[in-house]
Design a protein around this ligand. Structure first.
Ligand code: TYM
Length: 343
C-alpha cells in the first residue's frame, strides 16, 4: 500500500552566534527552546553563525572552541540531528556569495538605519567599526533566504533585521522574478525580551557589564542559585507583574512562567504573597532542573570532538544541497555568465 503523501512542512531557519562560552537564559527562552519545538512541526535548519562572530575583534582559537561549544549546546538542548539540520555557517560557502548579491541590492542609508549596528559601533567608536559589522544584517538575510525559510524564530532584538530580510526578498523577486520565499518572524511576546537580573531595564546580553546579571546555560547549579538569589527586586513585597513599577519582579515572573508552563496571572494568584525569598528559591530550582541536564550532555558531546564534527559535517552536507539549488537560480536570474564544466 502506498503512503498517503503529506503536505511539505513549512521551512524554518535560525542562527546563533558563538561569541561566548555559553548561551544564556535569554538565548534559551527567546530562541533555542522554540527551535527544539519546531523540529517536529517544521523542516528545520539551524546554524552556528561563525562568520557573524568575526565582525567584532575576536581570538581565532577561542572562536573555533566556541563554535564547537555552541553546536554541542544545541544538540544537548534537544536538537536531534535526525529531525533537523544543524550546521556551521562557514561550512556552506553560498552564505557569503548570496550576501554579496544582496549587498548590491541594499541601500547604504537602509543599512545605516540598523539599530544593532548603531548600538555596537557606538560602543567602540563608529570609526573603529568594521565594514563587516555594517553589512552584518545582509549576511543574516542571506542565511535566511538561501533556505527559502517561511519562519524565523528569534527574540525581539532581531525584528528589524527580519524586516530588512523581507524587504530584500521582495526587492529581488520584483527585479529578477520570483526566487525567494518572503519569511515571517516567529517571535513569542512573553519570552522575546528576557532582561538582565541586575539591570532589569536592559536586555540580558552577552556584552552586559556584570556577569551577575546573566544566567548561563552552562553555569554550575550553585552559581545559578546565587545569581537568582541576588537578582534585583523592587520596593514592596508583593509578587505581581508591573513593567513600570516592578521591572525586576516582572522579569522573574516571565522566566518562571515560561519554564513552569504556567501563566503570569496564575503565578500572581498562587505566589502573590509568598515573599521574594521563597519565590526566588523556587525559580532557581526550575532553572537548575532545566539547565543541569543540558550542561551534562554538553560536556559529554565536547568530550568526543570527532563525533561532534561528524554531526556538523552531516548537517553541512544537507544544508549545502538546498543552498546550492537556490544559488544556482540566483546566479542565472541576475545575469551571471554560467561557467562551462572544466575539461
Ligand atoms: P544572537 O546570537 O545574539 O542571539 C541568539 C538568539 O537569542 C535571542 N536573544 C534573546 N531573546 C530573548 N531575550 C534576550 N535577552 C535575548 N538575547 C538574545 C536573539 O534574538 C536570537 O534569536 N543576528 C543573530 C544571529 C543570526 C540569525 C541569522 C538569526 C545570524 N543569522 C539568521 C536568525 C536567522 C544574533 O545575533 O543572535
Amino acid at each position: 500500500m502506498t503512503q498517503p503523501s503529506r503536505p511539505p512542512r513549512p521551512r524554518v531557519l535560525s542562527g546563533i552566534q558563538p561569541t561566548a562560552d555559553s548561551f544564556h537564559l535569554g538565548n534559551y527562552l527567546g530562541a533555542v527552546r522554540q527551535w527544539v519545538a519546531m523540529q517536529d512541526t517544521h523542516d528545520a535548519f539551524y546554524c552556528v553563525v561563525d562568520l557573524h562572530a568575526i565582525t567584532v575583534p575576536y581570538d581565532p582559537a577561542l572562536l573555533r572552541r566556541r563554535t564547537r561549544i555552541a553546536a554541542a549546546q544545541l544538540f544537548a538542548a534537544g536538537l536531534d540531528p535526525e529531525r533537523c539540520t544543524v550546521f556551521v555557517q562557514s561550512h556552506v560557502a553560498e552564505h557569503t556569495e548570496l550576501a554579496w548579491v544582496l549587498g548590491c541590492l541594499t541601500g547604504f542609508g537602509e543599512a545605516s538605519r540598523m539599530i544593532q549596528f548603531k548600538d555596537k559601533s557606538a560602543k567602540g567608536g563608529a570609526e573603529q567599526a568594521s565594514v563587516g559589522l555594517f553589512t552584518y544584517p545582509v549576511l543574516q538575510a542571506a542565511d535566511i533566504l538561501l533556505y527559502q525559510a517561511n519562519q524565523v524564530p528569534v527574540g525581539e532584538d532581531q525584528r528589524q533585521h527580519l524586516e530588512l530580510t523581507r524587504d530584500l526578498a521582495q526587492r529581488f523577486n520584483h527585479r529578477f522574478g520570483q526566487v525567494f520565499t518572503v519569511p515571517g518572524p516567529y517571535i513569542l511576546a512573553d519570552v522575546a525580551k528576557i532582561n538582565d537580573l541586575q539591570d532589569p531595564a536592559a536586555k540580558m546580553s552577552k556584552s552586559s557589564s556584570s556577569p551577575q546579571g546573566i544566567v548561563d546555560v552552562l553555569d554550575e547549579s550553585g552559581v545559578i542559585r546565587k545569581k537568582i538569589a541576588r537578582a534585583v527586586t523592587d520596593a514592596g513585597t508583593d509578587i505581581r507583574a508591573d513593567e513600570a513599577a516592578k521591572p525586576g519582579v516582572t522579569n522573574l515572573l516571565r522566566i518562571y512562567s515560561a519554564l513552569a508552563g504556567v501563566s503570569v496571572a496564575e503565578l500572581e494568584a498562587s505566589h502573590g504573597n509568598v515573599g521574594y525569598g521563597t519565590f526566588k528559591r523556587e525559580l532557581a530550582e526550575l532553572v537548575v532542573d532545566t539547565f543541569a541536564p543540558v550542561r551534562e550532555r554538553t560536556e559529554k558531546m565536547l568530550a568526543d570532538e570527532t563525533e561532534l564534527d561528524r554531526l556538523l559535517a552531516q548537517g553541512a552536507s544537507r544544508a549545502s544541497r538546498v543552498a546550492r539549488e537556490t544559488m544556482a537560480l540566483v546566479r542565472d536570474r541576475i545575469g551571471l555568465l554560467l561557467p562551462l564544466p572544466a575539461g
